[in-house]
Design a protein around this ligand. Sequence first.
Ligand code: NAD
Length: 509
Amino acid sequence: MTALPTHPEVAALATGVLARLGVPDPFDPGGDLACRTPVTGGILGRVRGHRPQDVDALVGRADHAFQQWRRVPAPARGQVVRELGQLLREHKRDLGLLVSIEAGKILAEGLGEVQEMIDICELAVGQSRQLFGRIIASERPGHRLMEQWHPLGVVGVLSAFNFPVAVWSWNTAIALVCGNTVVWKPSEHAVLTALACDRLLAEAAVRAGAPDDLGVLALGAAEVGAAVVDDPRVALVSATGSTETGRAVAGRVANRFGRCLLELGGNNAAVVCPSADLDLTVRSIVFAAAGTAGQRCTTLRRVIAHASVADELAERLVAAYRSLPIGSPLDEGTLVGPVINAVAHERHRAAVEQAVAEGGRLLHGGDRVLADDAADAWYVQPTLIDMPEQTAVVRRETFSPLLYLLTYTDLADAIELNNAVPQGLSSAIFTRDVREAELFVSATGSDCGIVNVNTGPSGAEIGGAFGGEKETGGGRESGSDAWKGYMRRATSTVNYSSDLPLAQGVSFG
Ligand code: NAD
């Protein structure tokens, strides 16, 4: 454990970073949004947010921009995203630092998040030349049948605190090349990083000679998000957050026949088989469960280990957890930073208590460390609990570094345990047996959107489609064909003959 920096030190760092990112003085003492850093728990300043009634005009601006933007050829739209990627490269360190200051993730992960933004920009620029439709063989002579992909309109992006900038970029880079504009309601816990991204996108648009308002910020808490969700001009609502939020959003969007892309909570497991390479498995588990202080949607929350390796694995995990450096995310040696706030800490504490009441045995951690009782900074020891079975608390997502250990004897039971939770985001199996690996990734294996072999469930490359099933919401973002979610498909039949044959050979008159 290392000592925490003082609040004035972190505030000074934030001021310098914001200035270099082109957001010199965002603060207004009368602002309703407190920008807090989980590093010290102190307030960096206050920002004036929007009111729900402001959202009409914000969406109006994005809708106006859309009317021009959809006329720009897709490869030319890609130029804005190319410029954005370039600006992100130039500002990678500062934006990564700001992510660490505002979300509390360690600097290596803050920088990794910005790298992910750069990667998605590259992917989207290429995608701007590949918005392919199909030509389908028509059954009628002299006819061409084809699919075209057209822009949707305004995309509303609601994002969570734990990936304050990457989630915006996954959505925005793809939405823009697809010809849409974006209204972004960032997390109320990550206002400063949102201001910085908004500024970088505006500069990218100027450099590329694109219209204003391709991206519009709506700052505030859930009620501002709800106003975005309810606006009928928002053609697609892409919501990243808890399952509870997703349920509220999906119902409202469905009611107005809008489209939703949901990226919600996960409760990810790793099955450890008798033949697993335990060195690799332990390293994978520790990163996936304790990294980002357990605050990734893909964080590993359950280990399902074969009885023949469970004891050794538990011993090795306890040893690894004991040596994890907890401390300021701004210190290079730290691997575990703070959880976001007191509520997150209380949920962690309550889950540990419930797990023990449900028969669990605390193997390591659980205590609050570093900050004194008066401080609003919440550092918790990553926690390991051995569970006799998959009880209620294990089936729930607790968004903190809390890992449950379960045991199995028959792989079919392990797969059943993996699947017997309401969420379906990510999963992994550690084995050297090809039959076990293939079974796990098969249709009768893991029911998750992400299924890994010999690598942990957390983190993903942007080239694949990212998302999960069941209460994770079913959405797909990022690579592969996820771009189709940001466009509307038109099936067109062109008759270039002078006859009028009807489909299915129907004769009419
Ligand atoms: P959250 O659900 O509290 O908030 C997410 C966003 O939704 C915020 O911007 C919030 O203001 C907004 N919001 C909340 N209620 C709303 C409503 N009724 N209408 C409109 N907007 C509303 O989530 P959080 O605490 O910031 O993030 C943690 C959660 O997000 C975890 O459950 C995590 O698993 C999930 N998450 C999922 C993914 C994924 O890709 N599947 C990625 C990151 C985080």
